[in-house]
Design a protein around this ligand. Structure first.
Ligand code: CTP
Length: 401
């Protein structure tokens, strides 16, 4: 059982924080509620007091609470600071180190992990200022529970509503679990296609959507890892709390991954990296003519193979590759496992409509030195969880043969 500091800020979702408190208690945790001034306009402190059976903190200078400087003593007592709902305002304050009330002072004073469940209007969530603040906090190790889509209190339909209380409590619980999580680990994930420029307007790309890699990045972040997602061009919304490095070509992707791989615990190459690139992209636009146009292509560097070579006999990072095949995926996966010195190859058959590129589901076989694991058709996030379970096992065992 752990003590969770539950920060409640002033959004319409504040009433749902009551259910978050209950869901945490159901999982065996003790909760102390900290309400901001605006939160109290949405929901009464007595409700939290009755549920948590603790005095609710509403004021930094409450009489009788200053003898041991409450925000400092609470900072070391809590095992997790959870803010639900987290408004644009509190996100901005945390990102910029502003400490003008109890909750924002507690954030600066605590060394406990911090989990935030943002909730606000879609346009606010997408505003450059908010996105930047979220990225700052993510890079600092703050974890997020993604807001859901749906009908918002302001009448809009879109992203921004507070995640379900049970999902928030589940994410908090995972951060509080001592074993099995990826807390303190660095996971590097590549996703999406690469674009190899032919001239100023044309490129060679592929049909990868990025969904599988983004699902893995989201799951790794939920398990507490610091996640660097190196992504080729993709329309998929990045999971909150993940550091996104946007790249275009195979060469850019190689550079970005190489700069993080040295300190990574796990590298997962889910990107569909181009195997060939034009010898030299033309400057400007190639004009059409009567003659056939020949394009000379050269091989790109195989990033996964390079990582395998660079790792040598070390056990870190655990290396996971994908094999998108239309022939015999498992046989091809096995061949790639050896050639690229990977620990796991996730083989999938891209000729199926319900698996592979752009689908929300996938069916794969995880090929390793110790055997093949068939993962039947499931959502890409469920498949991501299985892949990470296997990678975590290898990481914890230190076995990479
Ligand atoms: N990969 C890589 N760098 C490349 C090409 C591929 O790191 N230049 C990685 C992919 O991210 C994937 C794995 O290698 O994890 C397999 O990619 P795939 O394109 O399916 O296989 P190739 O090795 O390129 O073999 P082939 O195209 O001949 O099937």
């Amino acid at each position: 059982m752990a003590l969770v500091g539950l920060g409640v800020t002033g959004g319409i979702g504040a009433y749902k924080a009551v259910e978050v408190a209950r869901a945490l208690q159901k999982r065996g945790h003790d909760v102390v509620a900290i309400m901001t001034r605006t939160a109290r306009r949405f929901v009464g402190e007595v409700t939290f007091e009755a549920i948590t059976r603790r005095r609710v903190i509403v004021d930094q200078f409450a009489r009788g609470a200053n003898a041991d400087i409450e925000h400092i003593s609470l900072a070391s007592d809590i095992a997790l600071l959870l803010v639900a709902p987290a408004t644009a305002n509190v996100i901005g304050k945390f990102a910029n180190g502003i400490a003008d009330d109890f909750l924002s002072s507690l954030y600066l004073a605590t060394r406990a992990p911090v989990l935030m469940a943002p909730a606000m209007n879609t346009n606010m969530l997408e505003h450059e200022a908010v996105r930047r603040n979220l990225a700052t906090l993510g890079a600092r190790g703050v974890r997020f529970v993604d807001p859901g889509q749906g009908c918002l209190a302001c009448g809009w339909i879109g992203k921004g509503r507070l995640a379900e209380p049970d999902d928030i409590a589940e994410a908090a619980d995972r951060l509080l679990q001592p074993g099995g999580s990826l807390l303190g680990r660095l996971v590097v994930v590549s996703a999406g296609p690469t674009y190899e420029d032919i001239d100023a307007v044309r490129f060679i790309g592929n049909r990868s959507s990025g969904k599988m890699g983004y699902a893995i990045a989201g799951e790794a972040a939920r398990r507490g890892a610091r996640v660097v997602l190196v992504s080729g061009p993709s329309h998929v919304e990045p999971p909150l709390g993940v550091e996104v490095v946007s790249v275009r070509s195979a060469r850019d992707m190689h550079k970005a991954i190489a700069s993080h791989a040295g300190s990574a615990d796990i590298v997962i190459m889910a990107a569909a990296v181009a195997d060939y690139t034009p010898v030299a992209p033309a400057e400007g636009k190639i004009e059409k003519g009567a003659e056939p146009l020949e394009l000379r292509l050269v091989r790109t560097t195989d990033i996964l193979e390079q990582l395998g070579k660079a790792r040598g006999s070390d056990s870190r990072p655990v290396l996971v590759g994908f094999a998108a095949e239309s022939g015999d995926p498992v046989a091809r996966g096995r061949e790639k496992l050896g050639r690229k010195s990977a620990d796991l190859i996730v083989a999938n058959d891209i000729s199926r409509a319900d698996a592979g590129f752009d689908a929300d589901t996938n069916a794969v076989t995880i090929v390793s030195a110790t055997g093949d694991q068939i993962v039947p058709l499931a959502s890409k996030s469920a498949v991501a969880a299985t892949i990470l379970d296997r990678a975590e096992e290898l990481l914890n065992a230190g076995l990479h043969t």
